[in-house]
Design a protein around this ligand. Structure first.
Ligand SMILES: Cc1ncc(COP(=O)(O)O)c(C=O)c1O
Length: 427
């Protein structure tokens, strides 16, 4: 581990923020159940989180850099919070969620809800659920969805579910959302979906562009900004625009930098009337807001852990830079500008075939997008994982394209499966 990572962070804090691997040695309740440090770093301390991992479980040495998870897992502060709240789990506690919402609102200077009134933020198990509610409560057969291409598939999947017309808009030359073209795409859409940083490109859309779209969009439409990967970037969030009562909904997750993909926590941030509109989607939407007290406590502990985000952002940026430097030196083409925990690389053949070849080397990489079929998305893992990735990548690039054929498809349940579970399957 790079020693300058510890700048400004004491060794104790450093280990605390790194999370599960160190927690297993200090928390008796976890010690018997936590995977060994190596396994924790391979698939996050939460363990198996998708079908790719399930396949990889057959070989515990498989490097899993496919679903933009955080190999560090939850911070020790989050694990401590889970341990202390788990014992209270026999009852339906509202307090844990309320305290977490209060902490979030304080950090983002959002108005506190008056007693019994809806506020400006709502806590959910993950951000995928509230993202669906944000999309579905604003689109429909006469309210199209405008979104970037390539981008995260949950946008157009929600449009399909709601029978809303879809208007994909190619990204700009610098892989930002093209807000001018998005505005021109339709005179009265229900929603514009902007993923920032974008998944799969990792690139940023300047906040000024989002503000321009807010100022120029037709009345009655909303902008949905998905900030799942925001913490990895150095850019400004759009959450302050919510406090200014704009037509904007921002989504945040604890699945990425906070390493809690399997624990599940996320926020929807919007004007109270926009959050209340979520309830129009279906009565089932209401139960979505029911988050476990352990997840709520872990989310709050993570939010209050001041060193966590800067340290993990730096760890990710350092390993990403080292990996990209290696690829550039070998003359491979990487899509420039990623500020996230993943990047795209041109493999000069269908990404699916390349993924199958990498899987044979025990490296599970991410999927391709129809707009860029020869690029694959790769998650930034640990230093050790990325060293293994580099060796396998060179080996697979040196193979003649077409020699590996994809194996049988795995079929996933359609219900409530996040887009990260729909990635190319290389059985
Ligand atoms: C852009 C984006 N939004 C939302 C999500 C949903 O994540 P979660 O439900 O784990 O918060 C993901 C998951 O990978 C994502 O990539």
């Amino acid at each position: 581990m790079n020693s300058d990572l510890k700048n400004g962070v004491s060794r104790r804090n450093f280990m605390r923020i790194l999370g599960a691997a160190s927690a297993a040695t200090t928390l008796p309740a976890f010690a018997s159940q936590a995977p060994a440090a190596g396994a924790a770093s391979r698939r996050g301390a939460g363990g198996m989180s998708d079908m790719g991992d399930m396949r990889a479980m057959r070989n515990p040495d498989t490097v899993i850099i496919s679903s933009n998870e955080n190999p560090l897992g939850p911070a020790k502060s989050a694990l401590d919070a889970i341990c202390t709240t788990a014992a209270l789990g026999g009852r339906y506690h509202q307090e844990q969620s309320m305290e977490t919402i209060k902490a979030f609102n304080q950090i983002f200077a959002l108005p506190m809800p008056a007693m019994g009134k809806p506020g400006y933020s709502a806590l959910f198990p993950g951000s995928g659920g509230p993202l669906d509610l944000a999309l579905m409560s604003n689109i429909g057969p006469d309210k199209p969805l405008v979104y970037g291409d390539p981008s995260y598939e949950q946008g157009f999947r929600a449009a399909d579910a709601m029978k809303a017309p879809k208007f994909p808009v190619p990204l700009t030359k610098t892989y930002a959302h093209d807000v001018k073209a998005m505005l021109a795409a339709h005179p009265s859409p229900g929603a514009y979906y902007i993923v920032n940083p974008n998944n799969p490109t990792g690139t940023m859309t300047p906040k000024a562009d989002i503000e321009w779209l807010l100022a120029n969009k037709p009345a009655g439409s909303v902008i949905i900004v998905d900030e799942a990967y925001h913490h990895f970037s150095n850019d400004e969030s759009c959450i302050d625009l919510v406090a200014k009562d704009k037509d904007i909904i921002v989504l945040r997750t604890f699945s990425k930098i906070y390493g809690m993909a399997g624990i599940r926590a996320g926020f929807a941030v919007a004007r109270p009337d926009l959050l209340q509109k979520f309830q129009t989607v279906s009565p089932a939407g209401r139960s979505l807001a029911s988050i476990s007290i352990t997840s709520a406590a872990a989310a709050r502990a993570s939010l209050q852990d001041k060193d966590l985000v800067p340290l993990r952002r730096k760890i990710n940026a350092d390993i990403r830079s080292e990996t990209l430097e290696f690829l550039a030196k070998k003359n491979y083409t990487v899509l420039p500008g990623s500020q996230a925990n993943f990047f795209m690389v041109d493999v000069k053949r269908p990404g699916r075939d390349f993924g199958a070849a990498m899987m044979k080397e025990n490296i599970a990489i991410g999927r391709s997008w129809p707009a860029m079929p020869n690029y694959v998305r790769v998650t930034v893992g640990t230093k050790d994982e990325m060293t293994k990735f580099q060796t396998a990548f060179v080996k697979c690039m040196d193979q003649t394209p077409g020699v590996v054929s994809a194996g049988a498809e795995l079929h996933l349940p359609e219900y409530n499966a996040p887009s990260e579970l729909y990635r190319g399957m290389y059985a």
